[in-house]
Write a protein that binds this ligand. Structure first.
Ligand SMILES: Nc1ncnc2c1ncn2[C@@H]1O[C@H](COP(=O)(O)OP(=O)(O)OP(=O)(O)O)[C@@H](O)[C@H]1O
Length: 255
């Protein structure tokens, strides 16, 4: 298995009015091709900072990120990034928003219209393809953003708590859909969450982060797929892994 992203001794410091805030300190991680890695950590431990660095959007204070063996020189279309903030174009319908990455890539009209329709149906928005972002609920906008990110065709995908604001039912549907897409495409996914159950239902590896991005635990998840939330929760191995992750998170919270 080859390494897609190699993070070497990353430190990120933010400077504001002569005050320096360290968000990540000496953080290292390897992401192997085709894996679905969930990064689990409490609020403020540096997860978004880490994804910004992995995407190439932000530059480290020290250390480096290698993407397929070469140092990152900035954002690349090979890496899709679903950030926490909504970046849909308000003047474009859902259909035209999802077509946008394909337009930029020069994909023909008929092909991009069909592909966008398919992706919109995948995220359950088929009836809202002609709606504008302002006409959608927050959860629907998240789903449209997800479809647009998938339209990019990137083989490496970074996701920052993408389902956090959704109701439990929808969240569970999209988790299942994402796991299915991942199995079908062999993409590499780095998925950030603060929810232990979500980390376990999705990941084949969970990396638990503590303050300043300290790796508290790097755990392989040997649960069968597909993982149905109701069945998984009564599986003794799921319960055991849940306790292991919860204990690692708690350890990280101690001063
Ligand atoms: N632009 C910035 N300027 C100053 N400090 C920042 C900046 N971005 C992040 N930080 C600080 O860095 C630390 C890590 O923030 P980050 O957003 O990466 O955490 P997180 O784990 O993603 O949190 P959450 O789960 O709440 O999104 C926090 O202390 C935050 O206040």
């Amino acid at each position: 298995m080859s390494t897609v992203l190699e993070v070497e001794h990353l430190t990120k410091e933010f400077q504001r009015d002569d005050v320096a805030t360290v968000a990540l300190r000496d953080f290292s991680l390897s992401i192997e091709e085709g894996t679905l890695v969930t990064i689990l950590g409490r609020s403020g431990c540096g997860k978004s900072t880490m994804l910004n660095l992995l995407s190439g959007l932000s530059k480290p204070t020290s250390g480096r990120v290698l993407h397929r063996g070469s140092p990152h020189s900035g954002p690349t279309p090979d890496i899709g990034y679903l950030t926490q903030t909504d970046t849909l174009m308000p003047w474009r319908s859902v259909q035209r928003n999802v077509e946008m990455p394909m337009e930029i890539a020069g994909t023909g009209k008929a092909e991009r219209e069909a592909k966008a329709r398919e992706l919109i149906a995948t995220v359950g928005l088929a009836d809202f393809a002609d709606s504008y972002p302002r006409e959608l609920s927050g959860g629907m906008r998240r789903r449209a953003s997800l479809a647009r990110m998938l339209a990019n065709g990137a083989e490496t995908i970074l996701m920052d708590e993408p389902f956090g604001a959704l109701d439990a039912q929808l969240r569970s549907e999209l988790q299942r859909e994402l796991a299915r897409l991942w199995s079908a495409t062999g993409h590499t996914i780095v998925f950030v969450t603060h929810d232990i159950e979500e980390a376990l239902l999705l990941g084949d590896r969970v990396v638990v982060l503590g303050p300043l991005g300290t790796v508290l635990l790097d755990q392989e998840i040997d649960l069968d797929r597909p993982r149905d939330p109701d069945e998984a929760k009564v599986d003794p191995r799921f319960v055991e892994l849940h306790a292991t992750l919860a204990s690692a998170l708690k350890k990280g919270a101690r001063p």
